[in-house]
Design a binder for this molecule. Sequence first.
Ligand code: ADP
Ligand code: MG
Length: 312
Amino acid sequence: MGEFDLIRRYFQRLPGSGVEVGVGDDCAVLVPTPGARWLVSSDMLVEGRHFLSTVDPARLGHKALAVNLSDLAACGATPRGFTLALALPRVDEAWLTEFARGLWALAEASGCPLIGGDTTQGPLNLCITVFGEAPPGQALLRSGARVGDEVWVSGRLGDARLALEVFRGTVVLEGTGFEQVRASMECPTPRVALGQALRGIATAAVDVSDGLLGDLGHILAASSVGAQLDVDALPRSAVLAAQPMALQHQCLLAGGDDYELIFTAPPGASMPDVGVALTRIGRIEAEPGLRVIDARGASIDHGLRGYDHFKS
Ligand code: ADP
Ligand code: MG
């Protein structure tokens, strides 16, 4: 199979509304919503660094798009389309069929069509760029947190990191508990509807890709504020809650790959109901830095930080 047959077979489908020209020409042609702002983000997934070579290809297709949609969600954007730049070591039709199935399922569920890309031979590498829209002035940014705001998180934290530790061999977990945390790691749900529902409510937002401490730290730095965080309030699965406390703290605070939203909002703000649990986990303070306490108010010296590709 040649390059163009491959693109046609796996990556070309009739584009939906708002896409005048999709896959097949030199550029895609998108129809902007009058007055809206474009929000654009890219995320690359490299084999061995972001995923294991043994991962189910349908889950990989899902995750490649999910991590990008999560960035749109963090900014409160409505997804409009995405491009896919793909390096493949060889044409493996069984692999491509499954990869495309996972990718298209999430694309269709999110109203975010594939509008173009690039395909080349090389070590397995995936780079997606997503395009979204928001009304002027309504994008959720990292810089809007104010002293007195409450800090919230969606869903649950830490399961993806727990699964990673099982793959690394530092934790033993079997059966349905392992399958559950493994699905969190391999098949995250981007909080796209929540992000849009938080326009006009959240003062700042970020998605958790590198760990709660690091990602909340981005809001604090951009907003020139500090925060107090209640580690006992952090929402966790029963599987994680059954682990030793030090491991729980590591997974919750410095886990990463959660793709939940952390956001800030004034006290008393009414929270949207989009079918995902929202938990209040702390408060924005004037004093710079992040203070982690437990439910009794005792401070936790965690010694943990967010993930950084260029620090060991
Ligand atoms: P060009 O050489 O003009 O850059 P290509 O030959 O690379 O175009 O691609 C042909 C068409 O297929 C273009 O519309 C491009 O956007 C699309 N395309 C290529 N690879 C992919 C992919 N992996 N997924 C979606 N569309 C793709
Ligand atoms: Mg061209």
